[in-house]
Write a protein that binds this ligand. Structure first.
Ligand SMILES: Nc1nc2c(c(=O)[nH]1)N[C@H]1C(S)=C(S)[C@@H](COP(=O)(O)OP(=O)(O)OC[C@H]3O[C@@H](n4cnc5c(=O)[nH]c(N)nc54)[C@H](O)[C@@H]3O)O[C@H]1N2
Ligand SMILES: Nc1nc2c(c(=O)[nH]1)N[C@H]1C(S)=C(S)[C@@H](COP(=O)(O)OP(=O)(O)OC[C@H]3O[C@@H](n4cnc5c(=O)[nH]c(N)nc54)[C@H](O)[C@@H]3O)O[C@H]1N2
Ligand SMILES: [Mo]
Length: 843
């Protein structure tokens, strides 16, 4: 980054290798690493990553066991430890749940597990307390005379079944839709996919994964013709260069970040590149930080590819053997010089050249990509260019050459592979009749029963159908769209419609539940058994430790009960769904996954209990799982095997099978070029700033869990907005002022924090809804709200259909000056560097 374009100095923070503060060394760990460490009474609020256990390239990551127990208890007081994995991000940290007297009393990281080697992040350590919240839903609710009243399960399920039957009869399956999540278990998604696709026969089933990892999946489908994470977290151990594209890993995958910090603190550390408009913790550790204008990733990546190709830092042998499309890419980026991109991205051309040199000279390059790329108008086009970078450099399938198109939610991978999103189960291709017939055989139904006349409906379209009135029943499981979808006034209006029958299945009376006709109380993590697969394909078994509160039931049990009442049948008149508990559901899924890329046939609950995390594919031939995909060329892209024939990167139109066959007959990786297009909503006189929304380390999404955890809530109790100090003074604002952020959709009020970030950009965390405000579950009538999505736009990437949460034009105005004597911010922590409040002083 260029000095002078940004103002403000850096406050103290525990781990900051580039600034010379490597962080506290863990006891038992010398500077070259090695020792095993046990940490008790860990404070992950002040120090999200914990003490350093440095290690060198190719060495195993040392263990460090993090534990947190309810105050006053020691491990001697624990009756049982129950194996599980984190469900508050996609990292998949393995942990044991401590149980005493039938209650969860804490957690301990599993030192033997491949993912975290014992470490836990802030949400992992404290998040379990949300299970005990006094406002958990304990009985079903139904709407009576406009109000939600408690009822029994029979009544609640009967209402849903009655409505489903009426709609099927009157309008057909297209009247019924399901909106699920990335936070349930594999067994639950698979059951939901079968009941929706073959039971109801609707095409309208998608997850909030549409907002989250749709682009990860789509980028992999574009390049490798199939979903499936190529890389492994172990690539951190081997990489000599690590590049993070729009990924604030320090706050969103804290344990993976601890692994990176440990490499940075050890011998022969990797070189780190960060691409993010904000000066995040990641940016501060980086050897080079590029801070492009929001929404300009494609221009930047094209320039990086231009330089890598121009300087001939490409692996021609790899390109020739394993790819098609290189010449088109070379031609497309020929004019994309660093100077050209510098104008568009407002990043110095010299920095772009420097970055290209880092990427071009890497021997073991690891890249991660997340929401700074995925939640923008050219999401897939940009993510695909990172794939291209790895392909042209031959950086795939070898230790350290990790390509990680990241996931965000804990089980987003399962949503995708089970087909509970806009895909068919087992990465089957909806355009391939043989794949549909195969699925029909497994389910013992006629192929026509499985809708495949068009791609499975994406979530943004499902809500549109509800808005237009063709969709009359929407069953929402494990998501809070009244806070997390864009343009909330519109979402509330859709959910409020009399004609739309809304079912909400959740732990808490959320903002979304307020609009429901039926609310079903669900059990959650620790209260039910199932498997969960993280971002690097690691499968963990998460076992039931305690009973759920009141009458709450596991999501699997709810789906099974509904399917039984609906009496879904196969083509021989037998029950469509033949399983009855998590383990039998897992077995059913194994049959569906057999022979597909995500093959689970070598796994079992017993095997997972014994081995901890195992990466799919896991088969008789690969009983210990598979660290990396594509170790021996490209495997799933053959026309008969592939999940997708690809799409046009500009329009999103699906490529036809014949076209694909002629383009890629040998099933190689497809190199696809994309032309840069400017963001749809550019800054104007009325809305001079660009709004970015995103996350902070202590909260998860709409805070239904983390907002109910004392330590996490206290760390960041209320919404805030971030501006650079120079931008703030240009707008006549100072740290701590109450400001209003306005876009053409709506407005949010927040306390201002000045931080080091791009001028012309404003940042809002999207975590804050209304359930814990005096108004209750909605913003004050006619006034500004506190949910960032009051302001965001209904618009999406044409290829992945992921909404744009990272670019909107906005203005920031003063509501009230900071009152003297109050803290500088009145709010909690932040991803960027705070200039007002030193990190150490907030509690
Ligand atoms: N603490 C915490 N951890 C989480 C979650 C959480 O809610 N809280 N949620 C989980 C989930 S579901 C997800 S999806 C992940 C998300 O994890 P991340 O993607 O790391 O998180 P975000 O804050 O959404 O966005 C990442 C960064 O993108 C940057 N950015 C914005 N616009 C651009 C751009 O145009 N280009 C580039 N290159 N960068 C840009 C932002 O400044 C931000 O720092 O986190 C997971 N982990
Ligand atoms: N402005 C803006 N908006 C965003 C984003 C952004 O960066 N900016 N990011 C987007 C992304 S990446 C994501 S993933 C979404 C997340 O947005 P949401 O999907 O709304 O995420 P949560 O708030 O985690 O909602 C999950 C709900 O499931 C409930 N739940 C938890 N466990 C269980 C369970 O076991 N069973 C059931 N039935 N329910 C359960 C929780 O109580 C909660 O109400 O937000 C998206 N929205
Ligand atoms: Mo996400």
């Amino acid at each position: 980054m260029l000095a002078g374009r940004r103002t403000g100095q850096s406050p103290g923070f525990v781990c900051d290798a580039r600034d010379g503060r490597i962080g506290v060394l863990a006891e038992g760990c010398g500077p070259t690493g090695g020792g095993d460490v046990v940490v008790k009474g860990t404070d992950r609020i002040q120090d999200p990553w914990g003490a350093r256990t440095p290690y060198g390239p190719g060495a195993p990551w040392p263990t460090r066991t993090d534990t947190h127990l309810a105050s006053g208890l020691t491990e001697d007081d624990v009756d049982r430890w129950v194996p599980s994995a984190s469900l508050l991000h996609s990292n998949g940290d393995a942990m044991d749940i401590a149980v005493r007297d039938g209650r969860i009393v804490g957690v301990r990281g599993r030192a033997g597990d491949r993912v975290n080697r014992g470490r836990l992040g802030p949400k992992d350590l404290y998040g379990w307390q949300a299970n005990h919240s006094p406002d958990r839903l304990t009985r079903p609710l139904v709407r009576e005379g406009g109000r939600l009243v408690e009822t029994d399960w029979d009544t609640a399920l009967d209402r849903i079944v009655t409505r489903s039957r009426e709609l099927l009869e009157e309008q057909g399956p297209g009247a019924v839709g399901f909106y699920t999540t990335g936070q349930l278990f594999l067994e639950e998604y698979y059951t939901l996919a079968v009941l929706a696709r073959a039971g109801i026969g609707t095409n309208h089933l998608d997850g909030n994964t549409r907002l989250c990892t749709a682009t990860a999946a789509e980028a992999l489908k574009q390049t490798f013709a199939c979903d499936g994470q190529p890389g492994s977290y172990e690539d951190v151990d081997h990489a000599d260069t690590i590049a993070l594209f729009g990924h604030n890993m320090a706050e969103t995958q804290t344990v993976l970040w601890a692994r990176v910090l440990d490499r940075l603190a050890g011998p022969a550390p990797p070189t780190l590149l960060c691409v993010d408009p904000r000066r995040t913790h990641v940016a501060r550790q980086a050897h080079l930080h590029l801070d492009p204008r929001p929404g300009t990733n494609v221009a930047l990546l094209n320039a990086l590819l231009h330089e890598v190709i121009r300087t001939d830092r490409i692996d021609r042998a790899y390109i020739g053997r394993h790819t098609v499309g290189f010449e088109e890419l070379a031609a497309a980026v020929e004019q994309c010089t660093p100077k050209w991109a510098a104008e568009i991205c407002d990043v110095p051309a010299a920095d772009i050249e420097h970055a290209a040199e880092m990427l071009g000279s890497a021997k073991r390059l690891m890249s991660t990509v997340l929401q700074g790329v995925y939640q923008s108008h050219q999401a897939t086009a940009a993510a695909v260019q990172v794939n291209n970078l790895h392909l042209v450099r031959g950086m795939l399938g070898r230790p350290g050459c990790g390509l990680l198109q990241m996931n965000g939610q804990p089980s987003a991978e399962n949503t995708r592979e089970c087909g509970a999103d806009g895909d068919l189960p087992g990465f089957r291709n909806w355009q391939n009749d043989t794949h549909v017939a195969d699925l029909a055989r497994i389910w013992n139904v006629a192929p026509e029963r499985i809708p495949h006349y068009a791609p499975p409906t994406h979530a943004m379209q499902i809500f549109r159908n509800a808005e237009q009135g063709s969709l009359r029943m929407l069953w929402i499981t494990g998501s809070n769209p009244a806070v997390s979808l864009p343009e909330l006034s519109r979402i509330r209006a859709i959910l409020a419609q009399e004609r739309l029958f809304v079912v909400v299945q959740d732990l808490f009376p959320t903002e979304t539940a307020q609009w429901a006709d039926v609310v079903l109380p669900a059990a959650t993590w620790g209260e039910k058994t199932g498997t969960v697969t993280n971002a690097d394909r690691t499968v963990h078994l998460s076992e039931k430790a305690v009973d759920p509160p009141g009458e709450a039931r596991a999501d699997l049990d709810i789906f099974l009960a509904y399917a039984a009442r609906m009496d879904f049948r196969d083509k021989d008149g037998g029950p469509l769904i033949t399983w009855h508990d998590p383990e039998s559901a897992f077995a059913a899924w194994q049959r569906c996954s057999a022979g597909r890329p995500c093959d689970y046939t070598g796994l079992s609950y017993d095997r997972l209990r014994e081995a901890g995390g195992v990466q799919w594919p896991c088969t008789a031939g690969a009983p210990d799982g598979t660290a990396r995909l594509y170790t021996d060329g490209i495997t799933f892209a053959a026309p008969d095997t592939c999940e997708s024939y690809g799409k046009d990167l500009v329009t999103g139109a699906a490529v036809e099978p014949v076209e694909y066959r002629s383009l890629n007959p040998d099933g190689k990786a497809v190199i696809k070029a994309a032309e840069y297009l400017p963001p749809h909503e550019e800054a104007s006189a009325e809305y001079p700033l660009q709004l970015i929304t995103g996350r902070t380390v202590h909260h998860f999404h709409t805070r239904t869990k983390t907002g109910r955890v004392p330590e996490l809530n206290a760390a960041a109790p209320d919404v805030w907005a971030e501006l650079s100090p120079s931008e703030a003074s240009r707008q006549g604002l100072s740290d701590g002022d109450l400001v209003q952020i306005t876009t053409p959709r709506g407005a949010v009020r927040a306390r201002l924090r000045t931080t080091v970030m791009r001028d012309g950009t404003v940042f809002l965390p999207f975590h804050y809804g209304y359930w814990d405000t005096p108004e209750g579950h909605r913003p004050p009538d006619g006034g500004a709200g506190r949910a960032a999505n009051e302001t965001t736009v209904t618009d999406w990437d044409p290829v992945s259909r992921q909404p744009l949460f990272k670019t909107a034009a906005a203005r920031v105005t003063l509501v009230a000056r900071r009152s003297p004597g109050t803290g500088a911010t009145g709010s909690g922590t932040t991803g960027a560097e705070a200039t007002g409040t030193p990190e150490g002083s907030r509690t």
